[in-house]
Write a protein of this length. Structure first.
Length: 81
């Protein structure tokens, strides 16, 4: 898994799940941070489909990383004026 890949999406492009090999449309953002290498204000965001949101969240939680799951629609709504 490429853990350091940042989800960079062109505006209007479909957001795809971050799970390796998964091409499903993402519905969730998994927001996390590695306290050992990231500053406190730093956040990494993975996108996840319904099938993989729990997998990705558990993957990070198992490493004791702070992790938060946000619905992608909510995150997009916040970005709009
Ligand atoms: Zn997926």
């Amino acid at each position: 898994m490429s853990a350091e890949t940042t989800a960079a999406q062109a505006p209007g492009a479909p957001v795809v799940c971050s799970r390796a090999g998964c091409r499903a449309e993402a519905r969730w953002q998994v927001v996390w941070r590695n306290p050992r290498i990231h500053e406190a204000s730093r956040r990494k965001i993975w996108t996840a489909c319904d099938a993989h949101v729990a997998y990705l969240r558990d993957y990070l939680a198992a490493r004791d990383f702070p992790v938060e799951v946000v619905a992608l629609s909510d995150a997009a709504a916040e970005a709009r004026p």
